[in-house]
Design a protein around this ligand. Structure first.
Ligand code: NAD
Length: 483
């Protein structure tokens, strides 16, 4: 696969300056479609992390501390406008880095400003209150203060969207931030740093460092100058971060993996179900935390749903993610490719039937795998119990509602799920019974800044989005005044 490539260079961003790593080292980001390096970025280490955290600490105590909440809110609005202005460029950088469809990334950039508008609007709504007590000689009130320096660590699948979920509430609350994007997708976050400057944030309020491998993230999460960690990524790394955070009891939120289930009842509209499943698991080549990778379908409609799903899936057009008619691009990197293809083998070894796909794409090769449908799937199979983070969906049948709920909850993850039914009472009843942070009824994969998102169990700690998210970046202080 080829595309004319001139290597683009990006700088890290510390204390309002574009900088190289102190060591002078760089690494190259690979375009998953061409398999060629396309960008060169700083390979920051603990020295750079220290500079970034020190700059963020200084900014926390500098002029930023004197900004009113209204002024912070206005800057967030301005940043949203600049992102909207440069949406096409930011989208292209993400597609070059992670191979997701350009039109999907353009769509994501178009909604990104909503997060800055929403949290910018909330900035001046967070306040303390006077607390009534039974001590008449005291006036007691609470203050909300910024939690301090935030370390924001993001994965490669939706770098700027998932970063916005962190920096918009954190900046609204008055925090300062050091961001470390995934080593596979550094470009869009480094480009955002330029817009943060242009919006007028004081130097050091947002710093961006990049680095290959786990070391940069480790140096950041273990740095004593960090007051709050906001992490999105795998459950495996989430556990490491929770252990690191335990040493200094650093406040931490973790948005982790999932193995979400659709529950399909016989009265559901079959076409909507098939659209929901396809959009939920094959979009972004299955590389979304909320991928609906398990389909639990009532035995009466299992055959009809499977047949339609196979037919629809067989028409998915794989190809260059930059082209407008491509429906599925490559997986994002070699590690991810190895995981997905390993699961094709596991599925067969564990006794599932491959109803569609199950191979590397014979025409495109490279990092292209086929969208894959497994049937005769049971909960113990590895492809059904483990997060694959690829375009693989497993179909299991059920005969009654209680079974379906038990199967949906038969996972240690708890990020999302869906109920497909036209019976309104059943929809709400089953939604209440599913142990997951988000349940859609007759829909899938819709998110909004106003709505909390996060997981139960191995899917993480805390919720992003929603009005309460801003409070997660504050400390409450009670002040007692003797009268
Ligand atoms: P990952 O856990 O490998 O990496 C995530 C980030 O952590 C990257 O920036 C990485 O460089 C950094 N990192 C790696 N090791 C580290 C360490 N020891 N200390 C500190 N930082 C470290 O995840 P990924 O492969 O980039 O992304 C895929 C995973 O993210 C999937 O499991 C997916 O479900 C999850 N995800 C969750 C959500 C959500 O909102 N719940 C959203 C998107 C992705």
């Amino acid at each position: 696969m080829s595309r004319t490539t001139t290597l683009r260079s990006f700088a890290a961003h510390i204390d309002g300056q574009s900088v190289s790593a102190q060591s002078g080292r760089t690494y190259r980001s690979i375009d998953p479609f061409t398999g060629e390096p396309w960008a060169e970025v700083p390979d920051c280490d603990a020295t750079d992390v220290d500079l970034a955290v020190t700059a963020a600490r200084r900014a926390l105590q500098g002029e930023w501390a004197r900004y009113t909440a209204t002024r912070r809110g206005k800057l967030l609005h301005r940043l949203g406008e600049l992102i909207a202005r440069d949406a096409a460029e930011l989208a292209e950088l993400e597609t070059r880095d992670n191979g997701k469809l350009l039109r999907e990334m353009v769509g994501q950039m178009a909604v990104l400003p909503e997060w800055f508008t929403y949290f910018g609007g909330l900035a001046d709504k967070v306040g303390g209150s006077v607390v009534p007590t039974d001590k008449p000689n005291f006036l007691v009130y609470t203050r909300s203060e910024p939690v301090g320096v935030v370390a924001a660590i993001t994965p490669w699948n939706s770098p700027l969207l998932l970063l916005s979920w962190k920096i918009a509430p954190a900046l609204a609350a008055g925090c300062t931030i050091v961001v470390k994007p995934s080593d596979h997708t550094p470009a869009s976050t480094l480009a955002l740093a330029r817009l943060i400057d242009e919006a007028g944030f004081p130097p050091g309020v947002v710093n961006v460092i990049t680095g290959w491998g786990p070391e940069t993230g480790q140096a950041l999460t273990s740095h004593p100058g960090v007051d709050r960690i906001a992490f999105t990524g795998s459950t495996e790394v989430g556990r490491i971060i929770a252990r690191t955070a335990a040493d200094r009891l650093t406040r931490t939120s973790l948005e982790l993996g999932g193995k979400s289930a659709h529950i399909v009842f016989p009265d559901a509209d079959i076409d909507s179900v098939v659209n929901g499943i396809v959009g939920g698991v094959f979009a972004a080549t299955g590389q979304t935390c909320m991928a609906g990778s398990r389909v639990l379908v009532h035995e009466d409609v299992a055959e009809a749903i499977t047949e339609k799903l196979v037919e629809r899936t067989s028409r998915i057009k794989l190809g260059d993610p930059m082209l407008p008619d491509t429906e599925m691009g490559p997986v994002a990197n070699q590690r991810q490719f190895d995981t997905v293809t390993k699961h094709f083998e596991y599925a067969v070894e564990d006794g599932a039937t491959i109803a569609y796909g199950g191979r590397v794409d014979p025409e495109l090769g490279g990092l292209f795998v086929q969208p894959t449908i497994l049937t005769d799937a049971t909960l113990e199979m590895r492809a059904v119990s483990q997060e694959i983070f690829g375009p693989v969906v497993a179909i299991t049948t059920f005969s009654d509602e209680a079974d379906a709920i038990e199967m949906a909850n038969g996972t240690e993850f708890g990020l999302a799920g869906a109920v497909w039914t036209n019976d309104i009472r059943r929809g709400h009843r089953v939604a209440a019974a599913i142990r997951a942070g988000t349940v859609w009824i007759n829909a899938y994969r819709v998110v909004a800044p106003q709505v909390p998102f996060g997981g139960f169990g191995l899917s993480g700690w805390g919720r992003e989005n929603g009005a309460a998210a801003i409070l997660d970046y504050t400390e409450s202080k009670s002040v007692w005044v003797e009268l």
